[in-house]
Design a protein around this ligand. Structure first.
Ligand SMILES: C[S@@+](CC[C@H](N)C(=O)[O-])C[C@H]1O[C@@H](n2cnc3c(N)ncnc32)[C@H](O)[C@@H]1O
Length: 195
């Protein structure tokens, strides 16, 4: 029998965190919420668009801004991100062919304080991160297509839109998500190439 001061004994009490049931329930709820809010569908549609885009190739540098639980990277692994080795370009480059955002511009827009400055800073950062022929995929559940286009219009143009199921509320029909593929405007990329 172990002595009371045996250092091999834990000095904390047992709790439900040590039961498989607790973690099964916790992760079960997470999966339920994840499915309920349609996030899987959104993520898959964005990933499908990228995987089918002739301009995006395996091992092109990709950055996911505010990657959350990293599910988007996992979704892209195999098709766009090599499974054998981490994409070395992604680690070393400062410029990315694909800049992904799902929900991060939304979060930044909700920042306490001067959220307009934060959004302007975000825009400048995205521009800075992208190659001149890069693709910026932005998915929002707060902003409409028109609002996003208005905000990004000086530096980006619409290349494509990923469509989601629409909902009707108060006689108005709208989409649950807005997901746009933007490219830098020609004048901006021209300036970049000249400098
Ligand atoms: C709604 S989550 C989206 C996560 C993930 N992209 C997804 O689709 O599940 C917002 C992400 O933005 C990041 N974030 C929130 N506020 C931020 C801020 N002020 N600056 C930078 N990142 C921020 C969070 O860390 C989180 O990863």
């Amino acid at each position: 029998m172990a002595a009371a001061d045996d250092k091999s004994l834990p000095d904390f009490d047992s709790s439900e965190l040590g039961t498989k049931e607790f973690w099964d329930t916790t992760y079960g709820k997470e999966v339920e919420n994840f499915n309920d809010i349609g996030d899987v569908e959104t993520m898959e549609k964005v990933a499908d668009w990228l995987e089918n885009c002739a301009d995006v190739h395996t091992d092109d540098p990709i950055i996911d801004l505010g990657s959350g639980n990293g599910m988007m990277c996992i979704e892209l692994t195999g098709d766009l991100i090599s499974e054998e080795r981490p994409n070395p370009c992604t680690c070393l480059t400062r410029k990315y062919k694909v800049v992904l955002d799902k929900g991060t511009y939304d979060a930044i827009s909700l920042m306490p304080g001067d959220s307009v400055s934060a959004r302007m800073h975000y825009l400048a950062t995205v521009k800075e991160l992208m190659t001149s022929d890069g693709i910026f995929s932005i998915t929002s559940c707060n902003w409409t297509k028109d609002q996003l286009l208005e905000f990004f219009k000086e530096h980006f143009t619409l290349h494509d839109e990923i469509k989601f199921k629409t909902i009707q509320f108060g006689g108005v029909t709208g989409s649950t998500y807005t997901s746009l593929i933007l490219k830098q405007t020609y004048s901006d990329t021209y300036v970049l190439q000249q400098t």
